[in-house]
Ligand binder design. Sequence first.
Ligand SMILES: Cc1ncc(C[n+]2csc(CCOP(=O)(O)OP(=O)(O)O)c2C)c(N)n1
Ligand SMILES: [Mg+2]
Length: 194
Amino acid sequence: MAQMNRQEAIEVIMTTINPQDAVVSTTGLISREIFERFHSDRNIYVPGSMGLASSIGLGLAMACPNRRVVVIDGDASLLMNLGSIVTIGNKQSTNLLHIVIDNGAYGSCNEERSMSDTAHLDTLALHVGYQYVRTVGSREDLKRATIEFGRGPGFILAKIELGGRRDFRRPLELTAIKSRFMRFLAHSTKGERP
Ligand SMILES: Cc1ncc(C[n+]2csc(CCOP(=O)(O)OP(=O)(O)O)c2C)c(N)n1
Ligand SMILES: [Mg+2]
């Protein structure tokens, strides 16, 4: 089904979302690729706490209701903290878009199977209360789903091929990144109200 890879999915997301959106990305190669190719003050990475990007994103979305928060998650990360979607569905943050880059595996490790292929993450998201749910397997559909997102909480399940580049440097200066991110939240214009 997947007709795109991680590089393409990340590129579509990072070039399609609003420049004023805050971006929270998950552990492993997803954050490392975003850091290397699309780093800016609006990005915050969750390199050590696998599974918590969506929880952190929800907290941000609730604290900053006039700013859109985009969480870029992995399938194994989400499965590790699956209860987070129940909380997101309950809180009904209209400004939260949760995108899962699903390669069916712990791609950043040894590509062990994650079991996302039988988890029906999109159906789960719908049933726990996400207001906008799309499943996509191509760049065109991912772009359209990202543009069409209006009122959240939103969930986009982006199916990608396993594999891809691995030799990215790691975001290490996390305290400085966090400080710049907080300044971005405090001082930049907030963009359109969702
Ligand atoms: C609490 C915790 N457990 C394990 C790890 C090691 N680890 C880093 S990335 C990763 C796999 C992430 O898989 P997924 O979210 O599907 O993203 P992918 O690597 O496939 O892009 C693991 C197990 C970690 N960083 N933190
Ligand atoms: Mg994965």
